[in-house]
Design a protein around this ligand. Sequence first.
Ligand code: MRU
Length: 316
Amino acid sequence: MLEPERIVRLEDDAVVVLDQRRLPDEEVDLVCRSSAEVAEAIRTLAVRGAPAIGIAAAYGYALAARNGEDLDAAVAVLAGSRPTAVNLAWALEEMRRFDGDPAERAREIHHEEVERCREMAAHAATLLRPGTRALTHCNAGGLATGGYGTAVGALRAAWEQGLLEHVLVDETRPLLQGARLTAWELEEAGIPHAVIADSAAGLMMARGEVDAVFTGADRIAANGDTANKIGTYTLAVLAAHHGIPLYVVAPSSTVDLATPDGAGIPIEERSGDEVTARFPARNPAFDVTPAALIAAIVTERGVHRAPYAESLAGAA
Ligand code: MRU
């Protein structure tokens, strides 16, 4: 498993991220020497995944403080890099409020996020029966969280307990976080897996080859509506049709009690070039899964069931 510092770290004069755009073919560091360069790394998905961008932003803030940058401007540029994952705003608020060495708080946030992953993975593993064949979407692994992973962390824990048989990995069009990153992490962990085209998920469910779906989240509204990588909503509808539980695994830093429901979650629309450079294209990067389609939301505090307005109330 990749060490947390390998994924993102603060050095004396830089924030260094493992450039996820180059994975799995090349393991190359990207060195960011200002908060604006960290924001660009987040915007261009060199570092990605809700908790990981929060951690990178925290390190970006600490770097800005060391550089003597205007901290309000640094917060504005970092917060504006991506809109959907609430972890970004959450981490920057934590940094702003901290009255001490920013580097120390940023490293603490990183450490705490990885710890939260391990705790939620242990809770999530209780949801699997022996022999579970899981399906996952996007990458909610160590790369997305600064270490260990949320949904992939749950699969790791279940594998270690002998509960997991196999994982189907949605390739996750258009940027292939599943085919490039999740498959790479599962391979490294020795967990049997197969990448499928996103559009194959329905057939695999209909054939009885999926027992449960596990995904991460970018923002969970107070009522449980959950934003995650585009295609998660489609999976949720398919899973409901086939009577298969869909579980969302995410830290409390992803729960946004200030947003009452999914309608209030901003959805990032990225360049159509990521879909096709030849024709006009639309590229919404996230969608919202209604709470009614989610069997349980797992945080480091435990397994939360509907009604989420009550069960999540103390989770953020
Ligand atoms: O656009 P990305 O790759 O940042 O999208 C990431 C996801 O949607 C993940 O599923 C989510 O952030 C959870 S990461 C633990």
